[in-house]
Write a protein that binds this ligand. Sequence first.
Ligand code: DQA
Length: 137
Amino acid sequence: KKVIVINGPNLNLLGIREKNIYGSQDFLSYFEDLKSSFVDTQLHYFQSNHEGAIIDKLHEIGFSFDGIVLNAGAYTHTSLAIGDAIAAITTPVVEVHISNVHKREEFRHGSYLAKNCVGVICGFGLNSYRLGIQSFL
Ligand code: DQA
């Protein structure tokens, strides 16, 4: 199967950024761990800090991949356009978050993406991504 992990804004700083919330491992080293746990899966990775670039990527792969694990970062709570892009494509999307957004500020409780996603996984640290991938296998 072909699955892609898409990370949105500020997630390129994992391991550096607010370690008390997001942990101390950088995503690329975690992605290597993921690849070795899912050897039979074609795992791809894309990260962008730009809303339009995330939408372009969803359009590009959203009709051919088997699954998309999307952590849109703060765009989750603001982006009607990413929500619409998820509705427009045929590949199923799982929304993931490292932190439990429901334990945090009120403005992180809403999502413009969730209603167009298969499901939402949050609060399991980087393992949220692992659970997201597993959901497609
Ligand atoms: C996040 C939660 C968002 O509220 C925040 O803006 C992020 C990361 C998470 O993975 O916990 O950038 O998506």
